[in-house]
Write a protein that binds this ligand. Structure first.
Ligand SMILES: *Cc1c(COP(=O)(O)O)cnc(C)c1O
Length: 230
């Protein structure tokens, strides 16, 4: 099942790229494996997946310990400051930085472990009350502030669009996130890149790609429905 699902998602990614006039190597697929057992992750790994996304620190660390070492782990969930120390030397990218305090903690732990941590600033682009992430306006100043920190490197922006049955409804938000990245990029801030846009999930990744996503985060579309809510 996973193999067929992956083929299907990859074909969709390719056709969205084609439709948008983009090269398909500009878009990377993150297999969002939260709540799923290692056996299923290994199946995806054997089909070529090297990017996995988890939203809980403990689960990420447990899977990190037992899975092959050439995997790039993505922390995509809300991150508490007291848990930063467990993952700074294990993750390829933290997608969910939404405060200066969190970024400062990442910087401290990065220094201790002598690593540089790549991060995205999470933007609540649809201004949903239930979502983490900063406003568009706050994102600009947060990026400026993080740029001053050692051991942390801003690579771009991430957003979680509203849940909707009609992906077209989210096109406006993906477009806004892209525009925000372009705006921030034009400020040429030292130590800041705006090359990465993490947006699009199972329900809307094709639209996100048309609007400029460089990472899409797909869980259900690869591993099937999750058994329990997270
Ligand atoms: C769970 C999750 C996903 C994947 O969601 P699906 O709808 O199953 O593809 C993507 N991004 C984040 C931040 C998530 O928590």
């Amino acid at each position: 099942m996973i193999s067929e699902n992956l083929d299907f998602v990859k074909k969709n990614i390719e056709s969205s790229c084609k439709k948008a006039g983009r090269n398909s190597d500009e878009v990377s697929l993150i297999a969002v494996s939260k709540t799923k057992p290692v056996s299923m992750l290994m199946e995806a790994y054997e089909q070529g997946c090297r990017d996995f996304g988890e939203n809980k620190v403990q689960e990420l660390v447990e899977k990190y310990e037992v899975m092959p070492k050439d995997i790039r782990w993505h922390m995509i969930g809300h991150l508490q400051r007291n848990k930063v120390k467990y993952i700074v030397d294990k993750v390829a990218l933290i997608h969910s930085v939404d405060s200066l305090k969190l970024a400062e903690e990442i910087s401290r732990e990065a220094h201790k472990k002598q690593v540089t941590v790549s991060v995205l600033v999470e933007v609540n682009i649809a201004c949903e009350e239930t979502k983490f992430g900063v406003t568009k306006e706050a994102a600009v100043s947060l990026v400026h502030d993080i740029a001053q920190l050692k051991g942390v490197h801003v690579e771009g922006l991430m957003t979680i669009a509203p849940y909707t049955a009609n992906p077209e409804e989210n096109r406006q938000y993906f477009r806004k996130l892209k525009q925000l990245a372009v705006d921030i990029s034009s400020k040429n801030i030292d130590n800041v890149n705006m090359n990465v846009l993490s947006m699009g999930m199972t329900g809307d990744y094709m639209v996100a790609i048309e609007e400029g996503a460089t990472y899409v985060r797909v869980g259900t579309g690869i591993f099937g429905e999750r058994e329990y809510p997270v």
